[in-house]
Design a protein. Structure first.
Length: 349
């Protein structure tokens, strides 16, 4: 049997366990996996692009588990009442190929992305960082804010979005965190002025310049998570040139990240080596650091491992027959000869 976690079950798990506790424990899983980076069979995701969006498959495996995520990105979806990003995934036993877990990953992706951002900021931002400017107030924004507040210690958050209702939504949700001061900025420039950390989390599939050189200050850490496919950027080319850049899986980020604007020989640094303690992150307090995050399959692998363990611990989820249980493993055709029950196939009028 395969453990199945739908979005309602996952949401209840987070509520029961606590958002902050969920994020903190997931961070531990993710750091463990990034420290084992070289043990994984890795590849860039496979993507099917259209003019208005993308659908992707993201696989990764170690010697024990194989994980994958199916995910889309369609910025115009909210216009028809659908999420920009929707996802599901599975975790399988490498030794047999048997799927142990089938799970929603839309909510999980938001959680793992915020935890990835925090993991990078712990490695790259100045340790005394207390303020953050966040441009973009879509579905990901509250998760980013909560993670940076509860794990990093951000006390002041300035937010900006061209959609004022989206800003109001974020500010309202974050009232649950009274020790976090939330300020609705009048412009992107005002949002990031004086901020220790800047997060860009926009959705438009376009060559955009959300951050320009005049908005950058010494010592900033830039958490760029909105540019995640060919033809989609957030950072001005000169911003990239001004900072020390860190990436997840370089072959993927070269195609999808903000660094698609740079020549192939421009040096970037693997974030996993900093997390594993093999290389230095920030060189000086005044240095500008940039995490050009596009989202990598290992992060989904971590969240699949974690939600499986947590579901077992909490005793939640549904056991489903996703894979045939055969008395004779060579007799698949026999499944077609089983007696039909009342819930069998019905004719459609």
């Amino acid at each position: 049997m395969t453990l199945f976690l739908d979005v309602n079950t996952l949401g209840s798990m987070v509520d029961q366990h606590g958002t902050e506790e969920f994020m903190t424990e997931l961070l531990g899983y993710m750091k463990d996996d990034f420290c084992r980076w070289e043990e994984f069979d890795k590849s860039s995701r496979t993507a099917a692009h259209s003019d208005i969006g993308v659908i992707e498959l993201m696989p990764v495996a170690d010697g024990v588990n194989y994980g994958f995520k199916y995910v889309n990105g369609h910025p115009s979806n909210p216009n028809v009442g659908m999420s920009t990003v929707m996802a599901f995934g599975a975790l399988s036993d490498v030794s047999t190929g048997y799927p142990r877990l089938l799970s929603e990953l839309t909510l999980s992706t938001a959680l793992r992305t915020s935890v990835t951002s925090v993991m990078a900021a712990q490695a790259l931002a100045n340790p005394h960082a207390t303020s953050m400017g966040m441009i973009g107030c879509g579905a990901q924004s509250e998760f980013q804010a909560i993670a940076f507040h509860t794990i990093i210690g951000i006390k002041e958050l300035r937010i900006f979005d061209i959609d004022h209702q989206a800003m109001n939504k974020v500010a309202e949700h974050l009232k649950d965190y009274p020790e976090l001061t939330v300020i609705k900025a009048s412009s992107a420039k005002a949002c990031v002025k004086g901020a220790d950390i800047v997060t860009t989390v926009t959705a438009d599939k376009a060559y955009a310049t959300i951050l320009t050189p005049d908005m950058i200050e010494p010592g900033m850490h830039i958490n760029g998570i909105g540019g995640d496919c060919p033809g989609k950027t957030e950072l001005h080319l000169d911003v990239l040139k001004a900072g020390k850049i860190f990436v997840e899986h370089e072959p993927q980020t070269r195609v999808e990240g903000d660094i698609q604007q740079l020549p192939a020989e421009h040096k970037v640094n693997p974030i996993w080596k900093v997390i594993a303690g093999l290389e230095q992150g920030r060189d000086t307090e005044e240095q500008i650091t940039i995490f050009d995050s596009v989202g990598f399959a290992l992060e989904d692998f971590s969240v699949l491992r974690y939600v499986y363990d947590l579901a077992v611990q909490l005793g939640v989820g549904e056991q489903i027959e996703l894979i045939p249980q055969l008395d004779n493993p060579k007799d698949l055709f026999g499944l077609t000869k089983r007696p039909r029950c009342s819930s069998a196939i019905r004719e459609v009028a």
